[in-house]
Design a binder for this molecule. Structure first.
Ligand code: NAD
Length: 258
């Protein structure tokens, strides 16, 4: 048998077809977990699942019915569920006064309701001693102009995390949150999805921006967030629950005026 940090554990990762979720699915598999790749992106999700010998389940995290059938599929395939990473999320840019209600509610439905439904549906059937990692954001702990709906949902995810940690602690289920700063995925770098984009130019612009903005001088990598999610999903974090973990290259530490 292997000696991975997640040997024998079954973990559902939402939004796992690409970006941070994909890296979490890959790393968790390397560490011995059976991963359930849950996403609305069917083609990419299936291809990844095939590559890493995982199970793909179609899941729109805003739908309670979809959660119930995803959980049934995971149980049928693997028999038990030991971990959940609520990673799926969407971002919309708009000043609050320009944000249409529909747009606000769409962001709430995916980011906040999705996270709530994940806890609500998975925790009751999760093994005692399981783990939940909710993906919040740097904008869960500070403000950022033009992402009001997003920041509101990410703040809410920290509230859900703390309450879930309290309610599930008697069963040894630990619930924590990751709060990434800027991470190089399609969310912060949409050119990754554009086949016509000039990759070199975009990379240069991103380098320039984050060299100034972030103390460590660069954008984060999805693999780095995956390592934090692994820590919070494994026994390495056995006495930690109810906490937000900022991973942002020092962005939140403050500003340099000279
Ligand atoms: P991404 O856009 O590459 O990945 C998001 C994934 O979520 C995609 O696979 C997408 O298909 C999936 N998804 C979207 N709506 C869904 C739905 N309704 N149901 C199921 N899946 C859905 O971006 P990412 O950076 O990998 O984002 C992962 C998480 O990290 C998100 O919660 C995001 O808010 C958070 N985050 C990202 C950054 C960043 O800079 N990239 C920073 C802080 C937090």
């Amino acid at each position: 048998m292997g000696k991975g940090k997640l040997d024998g554990r079954v973990v559902i990762v939402t939004g796992a077809a690409r970006g941070q979720g994909e890296q979490e699915a890959r790393l968790f598999t390397e560490e011995g977990a059976r991963v359930v790749v849950a996403d609305v992106l069917e083609e990419q999700g299936r291809a990844l699942a095939e590559e890493i010998d995982a199970l793909y389940v179609p899941l729109d995290v805003g739908s309670e019915e979809a959660w119930q059938s995803a959980v049934r599929a995971a149980q049928q395939a693997y028999g038990h569920i030991d971990g959940l990473v609520n990673n799926a999320g969407i971002l919309r840019f708009n000043a609050l006064t320009d944000t249409p209600l529909d747009e606000f509610m769409q962001v709430v439905k995916v980011n906040q309701v999705g996270c709530f439904l994940g806890v609500k549906t998975v925790a009751p059937v999760m093994s005692d001693g399981g783990t939940i990692v909710n993906t919040a954001s740097y904008t869960a702990v500070t403000g950022m102009a033009a992402v009001g709906a997003y920041a509101a949902t990410k703040h809410a995810i920290l509230g859900l995390t703390r309450v879930a940690a309290l309610e599930l602690a008697p069963r040894g289920i630990r619930v924590n949150a990751v709060c990434p700063g800027a991470v190089d995925t399609a969310m912060s770098n949409p050119s990754l999805l554009d086949p016509d984009a000039d990759r070199e130019e975009t990379a240069k612009a991103i380098d320039g921006l984050y060299r100034k903005l972030v103390p460590l001088g660069r954008i984060g990598r999805p693999e780095e967030v995956a390592r934090l999610a692994l820590f919070l999903t494994s026994q390495d974090s056995s006495y930690i629950t109810g906490q937000p973990f900022v991973i942002d290259g020092g962005w939140l530490a403050g500003v340099a005026v000279i």
